[in-house]
Design a protein around this ligand. Structure first.
Ligand code: C2E
Ligand code: MG
Ligand code: MG
Length: 648
C-alpha cells in the first residue's frame, strides 16, 4: 500500500503508512512527499472551518485514496466529529442482501447496524420511496420504526438513486438526542452521494475485471474454463474437499472431422457447445470440466466406486451421442474416454491427464462405439517402461548397446543352414539384456526404430564383410525393417549405399517387413521393395497371418519369402485346434508355394512340429528347435559346425 501511494506521487518520494486494526490510515504522513509543497489534507484534518470544507475534504479523499475502506474510515470519523453524530453506516444491497461497507460508531454498540439491516426491516426499495429529492429519509422519535426507536433518538438515511444498478445507503443516527437534520442535511447528502459515486465506479471496475477474467480464463465457445484455470480450480477443489472418490476423465470425439466436413463448422461448434452444456447440466457426478483443444474435453467426477463412475459417465456420453447422431444423421459421432482414479499423493494435474489419455488409447472400438476405459496397473507399468526406455535410448545408441543377434534358418530340403535373421538385443553396460519386445513398440512410436535398424544392418554388413575376407562360408542374413522407414525418401538409397561401402553382394541381404506394413502407404512401400529387389536384395514378409493378412496384397508387392506367423504352430499344440491348424498350414503352404513364394515357418520348437512342416512341404524353418538367436561370433562357429555335419 505504501509503495502504491508513493508511486502516485512521483519519483524520489517516501511514504509512511500508518496501520490500525489492519486498515491503512491516511494519517499525518499522507501526501508526505518531497514534491508536495503543502500537506493540504493533513492540514485541514485538524479543524474544518465550515461544512463546505468538510465536503471538499471528503470529495478529495474519495477521489485520491485508492482504498475505499481507508477513505471511508477517515470520512466517517471527521464527519461524525464535525456534526456530533453518533453512527455513520455505509451499506450496499447486493445479491447477498444488505451489506455493510463501513461503519463508524461513537459507542461500541455495533449490533445496531446488524439489527436494522435485518431482512424485512431494511427494505431498500420501500425506504427509497419515502426519500425526498436529495435522497434523504428522516425518522425522528415519534415516527421511527421500532428498531430505530430502541436504538436511537433520530435517524437520517441517505438513499442512492438506483442508477447503474447500485442500491446503497448511508445511515446517520443520534442515539440520545433528537435532531432535525435540517442544517447538516445538505452536506451529509453531498458526502453520501460522493460515496455512492465512488461505489458505482468500483462496481463497474469490478464488473470490467470480471468480464476480462472471464475472457482470459474461459473458453469463448463453450464457456468452460481454459486449461490453466481448470488446473487452478481443480487444485483448489482438492485442497478443500480432498481427493478421495475423484476420477479424472479425458474424452475425445472420434469422427469429428466428418461433422465439420458434412455440416460445416457452425454445426461442429454447436455440438461442442452443447456437449459442454450437457457436461455441466446432465452429468450427475461431474465436478469440473474443461475443453483442452478442439474436441478434447477433460474433467473430474465424484463417485463412490470406479465402476459406478465409469457406468454413469458412459451412459451420459451414450445419451449425448445418440441424441446428436439422430439429429445429424450423417455424422456417426463416438466419444472415447479414459478414466483415472486420483490418488492421495497425486499432485500434478497434467500427469492425471496423461494417465487418463493413456487409458483412453485402450478404447478398442474408438471409431465405432463410445467407451470408457479405466487406467490400470498394466497401463501404469507400460508407461513406466516407456519412460525408462525413452530416457535411456540415445545414450544406449551412442554406447553401441543395441547388438545384433543371429538366429539360423534351416532348409528342410537340404538340412543345412541357409540363412539367419538378425534380431536386436539391448545389452546394457552392466551386461543385462533387454529383449526387443520391451522397446521396439516404443521406438516404433517415437521413430527411433529407424536408427536402431540401421545400427543392426551395419553390424550384419560388418560381419559379412569380414567373413567374406576370411573366406568363411556365409549365408544371406535378414534384417527387420520397421514400417516407419517408408516415411523417409532415403530409405532405399541408404541400404544400397551401405552394401556398396561394405562391399557386400546384395544377394547376402534380405529385408524383412512385417505384414502390417501393407496397411501403411502401399505405393511408397511397393516402390521401395521393388527397387531393392531389382538390386538383388531378397524381400520377406514377416508374421504372415498374424492379423491384417490380405492375400490380395501379396500379389501386388514384390516378395520372395513368406514367414508364417508363430501363432499357427502354437495352435497345433492346442488339442482343440490342432486339426484345423494343421490343415491351414498345409493348404496355406501349398497355395503360397503355388504362387511362387518360399515358405518359412517361425517358432519351431519341437520334433513333432518339424515333422508336420516337412509333411506340409514347408521350405525353411526357424526356431528354438535348432537354435536361439545368438551373438554374431557364436553364429559364425555354429554355421561352420552345423553345415559340416550331415543333417539330411
Ligand atoms: P520377429 O521378426 O517375428 O522375430 C521372431 C521372434 O521370434 C524373435 O523374437 C525370436 O527370438 C522369436 N523366436 C524364434 N524362434 C522361436 C521359438 O522357437 N520359440 C519362441 N517362443 N520364439 C522364437 P525377438 O528376438 O524377441 O523379437 C521380437 C520381435 O521384435 C521381432 O519379431 C521383430 O518384430 C522385432 N524386432 C527384433 N529385432 C528387430 C530389429 O532389429 N528391428 C526391428 N524393426 N524389429 C525387430
Ligand atoms: Mg522378423
Ligand atoms: Mg516373425
Amino acid at each position: 500500500a505504501a509503495l502504491y501511494q508513493v508511486k502516485s506521487k512521483g519519483k524520489g518520494a517516501y511514504y509512511l503508512l500508518d496501520v490500525k486494526e489492519g486498515v491503512a490510515l491516511p494519517g499525518k504522513s499522507y501526501l508526505d512527499s518531497e514534491e508536495n509543497k503543502e500537506d493540504e489534507i493533513a492540514h485541514k484534518e485538524a479543524q474544518f472551518e465550515s461544512a463546505e470544507d468538510l465536503v471538499l475534504f471528503c470529495m478529495d479523499l474519495l477521489e485520491n485514496v485508492p482504498n475505499l475502506t481507508s477513505a471511508l474510515k477517515v470520512i466517517c470519523e471527521r464527519t461524525c466529529s464535525f456534526f456530533g453524530i453518533d453512527d455513520m453506516i455505509c451499506m450496499e444491497v447486493n445479491e447477498a442482501g444488505p451489506t455493510i461497507r463501513y461503519q463508524w460508531n461513537r459507542e461500541e454498540k455495533k449490533d445496531f447496524a446488524r439489527r436494522i439491516l435485518n431482512p424485512g426491516v431494511f427494505e431498500w426499495d420501500r425506504i427509497r420511496k419515502k426519500a425526498d429529492e436529495s435522497g434523504a429519509v428522516i425518522y425522528r422519535q415519534s415516527e421511527t420504526p421500532d428498531v430505530y426507536k430502541e436504538e436511537a433518538e433520530s435517524v437520517m438515511i441517505v438513499m442512492s438513486t438506483a442508477a447503474k444498478g447500485l442500491k446503497a445507503s448511508v445511515i446517520f443516527s443520534n442515539r440520545h438526542t433528537d435532531r432535525s437534520w435540517q442544517e447538516e442535511k445538505n452536506a451529509l447528502c453531498r458526502i453520501s452521494h460522493q460515496i455512492f459515486n465512488r461505489l458505482r465506479t468500483l462496481k463497474n471496475a469490478e464488473k470490467d475485471q470480471r468480464e476480462l477474467n472471464r475472457k482470459l480464463n474461459y473458453d469463448a465457445l463453450t464457456g468452460l474454463p481454459i486449461y490453466n484455470k481448470f488446473v487452478d480450480k481443480l487444485e483448489a477443489y482438492m485442497a478443500a474437499h480432498g481427493k478421495s472418490g475423484l476420477f479424472f476423465v479425458s474424452s475425445d470425439f472420434s469422427n469429428f472431422q466428418y461433422v465439420n466436413e458434412m455440416y460445416g463448422y457452425e454445426v461442429g461448434d454447436r455440438i461442442l457447445h452443447d456437449f459442454a452444456i450437457a457436461l455441466q447440466e446432465k452429468c450427475q457426478n461431474g465436478v469440473l470440466f474443461c475443453r483442452v483443444t478442439s474436441d478434447h474435453f477433460v474433467g473430474v467426477l465424484k463417485e463412490d466406486t470406479v465402476e459406478k463412475a465409469r457406468d454413469k459417465y458412459l451412459e451420459f456420453t451414450n445419451t449425448f451421442v445418440q441424441k446428436t447422431n439422430s439429429r445429424y444423421d450423417q455424422c456417426n459421432l463416438v466419444i472415447a474416454t479414459g478414466m483415472y482414479e486420483i490418488l492421495e499423493n497425486d499432485w500434478s494435474v497434467s500427469s492425471m491427464m496423461d494417465n487418463a489419455n493413456e487409458a483412453r488409447k485402450q478404447c478398442k472400438t474408438q471409431k465405432v462405439d463410445s467407451a470408457v476405459e479405466i487406467y490400470t496397473e498394466k497401463i501404469r507399468k507400460n508407461l513406466e517402461n516407456t519412460r525408462e526406455i525413452v530416457s535411456g535410448m540415445v545414450a544406449a545408441y551412442n554406447n553401441k548397446e543395441f547388438r545384433a543377434y543371429l538366429q539360423p534358418k534351416v532348409s528342410l530340403h537340404t538340412g543345412k543352414v541357409v540363412g539367419a535373421e538378425a534380431l536386436v538385443r539391448w545389452i546394457r553396460a552392466d551386461g543385462s539384456m533387454v529383449m526387443p519386445g520391451r522397446f521396439i513398440d516404443v521406438f516404433e512410436r517415437n521413430g527411433f526404430v529407424t536408427k536402431v535398424d540401421f545400427a543392426i544392418l551395419d553390424q550384419v554388413l560388418e560381419y559379412l564383410q569380414d567373413a567374406l575376407a576370411q573366406r568363411e562360408e556365409v549365408v544371406p542374413i535378414s534384417v527387420n525393417f520397421s514400417r516407419r522407414h517408408n516415411e523417409y525418401t532415403d530409405f532405399v538409397p541408404n541400404i544400397l549405399k551401405r552394401l556398396k561401402d561394405y562391399k557386400v553382394p546384395s544377394e547376402l541381404l534380405e529385408v524383412e517387413v512385417t505384414e502390417s506394413v501393407f496397411m501403411s502407404d502401399l505405393n511408397k512401400l511397393t516402390n521401395n521393395l521393388e527397387t531393392l529387389r531389382d538390386k538383388g536384395v531378397e524381400i520377406s514378409v514377416d508374421d504372415f497371418g498374424s492379423g491384417y493378412s490380405s492375400l490380395n496384397l501379396l500379389s501386388k508387392v514384390a516378395v520372395d519369402t513368406v514367414k508364417l506367423d508363430k501363432q499357427f504352430l502354437d495352435d497345433t499344440m492346442n488339442s482343440e485346434r490342432e486339426e484345423t491348424a494343421l490343415t491351414i498350414i498345409k493348404y496355406l503352404t501349398k497355395m503360397l508355394k503355388h504362387l511362387g513364394f518360399k515358405v518359412l515357418a517361425e517358432g519351431v520348437e519341437t520334433k513333432e512340429q518339424l515333422d508336420m512342416l516337412r509333411l506340409a512341404d514347408c521350405d525353411i524353418v526357424q526356431g528354438y528347435f535348432y537354435a536361439k538367436p545368438m551373438p554374431i561370433d557364436d553364429f559364425r562357429k555354429f554355421l561352420q559346425e552345423f553345415n559340416e555335419r550331415d543333417n539330411a
